[in-house]
Design a binder for this molecule. Structure first.
Ligand SMILES: NC(=O)c1ccc[n+]([C@@H]2O[C@H](COP(=O)([O-])OP(=O)(O)OC[C@H]3O[C@@H](n4cnc5c(N)ncnc54)[C@H](OP(=O)(O)O)[C@@H]3O)[C@@H](O)[C@H]2O)c1
Length: 282
């Protein structure tokens, strides 16, 4: 009854893996680079690349459930191999981007939608987790904050309900170990709507440092983001933030509504990750 956790170098996957292992369930950590994994003793590892079907048999051997990071390349071959191996249920880390109008053509939305549709057509039981923005996106501000530079944003008033990655892991584990969430598509957020400016104010308080916010043009933001992101994703994210500046974030399901435990706050995430925002060398 092994659970295969894919993308095991990722934060959410690692938290899922640790919880399942601590609960005594047999778990296998799958990664594109298994040699880079450091997993708890007793956890099996496997190479898994969705674009390389030859990696499927060993990764899926004896597996009954999968926690899956979305990757459209090779997804049909993967679901076929999963069914043949006896997999019964897949919990997908999808995204709220599939719910946006225009998701079919949007690069972010269509990426996740393609995987959801392939899974739905596969005949496997599925649970789709559709989180909104991760609290971890704030790591993008570590560089300017650490150096005392202004945080430059095209849409500082974009309102999001950032979710702590451990909350996503809690819900994923519930979906893998219980029956209540199985078969559902769940939109997930943190419990509080916060604009980027408000998130930075929380960070400023937690770090006890003054953080300045500078509003920049969309063109300048595009130019900055193009250094580390493909162009279609930049357009998609900027359009999302522009819309979030005029429509405050709605709170969807949270760990409170699904599991009865309060959602972790952005402040808690900031406290746990304060060291990432330190000045270089500190
Ligand atoms: N960020 C958001 O706001 C947001 C919102 C909704 C949904 N999502 C979805 O959540 C998923 C993960 O998002 P994330 O931003 O938090 O990414 P992440 O968990 O840090 O990493 C994603 C995957 O990338 C691979 N990877 C490649 N190089 C890595 C490295 N150096 N360190 C760690 N992992 C590495 C890992 O898979 P291998 O171990 O197999 O290489 C890992 O599972 C994406 O599918 C995204 O669409 C994100």
């Amino acid at each position: 009854m092994t659970v295969l956790v894919t993308g095991a170098r990722g934060k959410v996957a690692r938290a899922v893996l640790d919880r399942l292992h601590a609960a005594g369930l047999p778990v296998r950590a799958a990664s594109a680079r298994p040699a880079d994994l450091s997993v708890p003793a007793g956890v099996d590892t496997a190479e898994l690349v969705l674009g390389r079907p030859e990696t499927f048999p060993a990764a899926l051997d004896g597996v009954r459930q999968v926690f899956l990071y979305p990757e459209p390349a090779g997804i049909d071959a993967f679901t076929e191999a999963a069914r043949a191996a006896g997999v019964e249920h897949v919990v997908l880390l999808s995204s709220s981007s599939v719910l946006a109008s225009g998701a079919e053509t949007d690069p972010l939305g269509s990426h996740n939608l393609g995987v959801e549709r392939a899974l739905a057509a596969s005949g496997l039981a599925c649970t789709f987790l559709r989180p909104d923005a991760f609290a971890t996106n704030a790591f993008a501000w570590a560089h300017p904050i650490g150096r005392g530079l202004p945080v430059e944003l095209a849409y500082p008033e974009a309102s999001l309900a950032p979710i702590h990655p451990e909350d996503i892991a809690d819900v994923a584990v519930e979906a893998l170990t219980g029956t209540a969430l199985r078969g559902h598509a769940i939109a997930l957020t943190g419990a509080q709507a916060l604009t980027f400016r408000e998130q930075l104010a929380v960070l400023s308080e937690v770090l006890d440092r003054r953080i300045t916010v500078e509003t920049i043009s969309r063109t300048k933001a595009e130019e900055q983001m193009s250094r580390f992101m493909p162009a279609p994703l930049i357009g998609s994210l900027l359009a999302f933030w522009a819309e979030a500046s005029v429509c405050p974030a709605t709170i969807a399901d949270t760990t409170e509504t699904l599991l009865g435990t309060p959602a972790r706050t952005f402040r808690q995430w900031a406290v746990e990750n304060a060291s990432a925002f330190a000045a270089p060398g500190k």
